[in-house]
Design a binder for this molecule. Structure first.
Ligand code: PBG
Length: 338
């Protein structure tokens, strides 16, 4: 009889006791999010007073250096202590070999120099790959058959790393997925007096459709083929562990998983396999999805970003690259997470 069953039912275990008040919920909270866990990706473009919004990344713009300085000041006030830079290179400066990457007067190197002067205490991370600079949008050099050349690319990346190190960057972040690049970068930096520059390796970087808004921002979508011969197959987990362990062995200081939310199992797995710090990149498409839903009133963007970031930390990431860093930092300050 249903009414009798309701009266008799007495669970022995009552986990709800640990959730019965805010104070108790906080006592048992396992994971926390802080502004200092966040790394804010920024797009820098040549010019003055230039703010080019990116349609698929609402709230994010390509900024000229003068405005970028203001943006960094704004986010630093919210407690964000790390940023990563991506250069926007005009079409006429791109070529098949990505030679603009070595231009000492180029926008990225100037941005590194100036930011480091103005904000010496901010951790400045620069991306190392050729895709912002190549006319074909691939991360490496290509041969006449359109194949991505590994070893030649690695040598080129090492030259780029030296220029960025000389400009004063704290960490170089190779995002190219060429084999053996961490070792060559480490050796090249060390041999040239930059043993203090860290290598933040994009270790488990998947061939993901979630990079689409980023490629819009840089006009860097590949003009032929795809990135599957260097980025990882989304179906694979063991391969990600292999990449992470190789990067660790080659001298990486921090290992990255990218994208983040669709790859929480990879973060968790790599966390079990290494003692190195792990970062996760909540990529442009992840940001765009939440912002798109929020623009319809279907989600609260701030809460969605906070919950995603907390989940990424819970999975095992120590730090998170996210375009929502200022939003999340503000939310933490306002107690949205409490
Ligand atoms: C390029 C690079 C990409 C991103 C960071 N570095 C795109 C790609 O590999 O095509 C993606 C970042 C994002 O989507 O937010 N090496």
């Amino acid at each position: 009889m249903p009414s009798q069953m309701t009266r008799c039912f007495k669970p022995y275990f009552r986990p709800r006791r640990n959730r019965k008040s805010a104070a108790i919920r906080q006592l048992i909270q396992e994971t926390y999010l802080h502004p200092q866990d966040l790394i804010y990706p920024c797009f820098v473009i040549d010019g003055q007073r230039r703010r080019d919004p990116i349609a698929s990344l609402p709230g994010i713009a390509r900024l000229s250096l003068d405005l970028l300085l203001k943006e960094v000041e704004r986010v630093a006030e919210r407690g964000i202590q790390a940023i990563t830079l991506f250069p926007v290179i005009p079409r006429e400066l791109k070529n098949e070999r990505g030679e603009e990457a070595l231009n000492e007067e180029g926008i990225l190197l100037r941005a590194i120099l100036t930011l480091k002067q103005e904000f010496p205490e901010i951790c400045l991370i620069s991306d190392i790959a050729l895709d912002p600079y190549t006319s074909h949008g691939h991360d490496g050099l290509i041969n006449e058959r359109g194949e991505i050349l590994n070893d030649e690319t690695v040598e080129f990346l090492a030259q780029i790393a030296l220029l960025q190190a000389a400009a004063g960057v704290d960490m170089v972040a190779p995002s190219d997925m060429m084999d053996g690049r961490v070792r060559v970068l480490r050796e090249t930096l060390d041999q040239n007096g930059y043993c203090h520059v860290s290598i933040h390796a994009y270790s488990a970087k998947y061939a993901s459709c979630f990079y689409a808004p980023f490629r819009e921002a840089l006009s860097s979508a590949p003009t032929f083929g795809d990135k599957k011969t260097y980025q990882l197959n989304p179906a694979n987990r063991r391969e990600a562990v292999l990449e992470a362990l190789l990067d660790a062995q080659e001298g990486a200081d921090i290992l990255m998983v990218k994208p983040a939310l669709p790859y929480l199992d990879i973060i968790y797995k790599i966390r079990e396999e290494t003692s190195l710090p792990i970062s996760a990149f909540q990529v442009s498409g992840e940001y765009a999805m939440i912002m798109a839903a929020a623009s319809h009133g279907w989600l609260d963007a701030t809460r969605a970003f906070c919950e995603s970031a907390l989940s990424i930390k819970r999975a095992g990431a120590d730090m998170i690259f996210t375009y929502a860093a200022p939003l999340i930092a503000e939310a933490i300050k306002n107690g949205v997470l409490d």
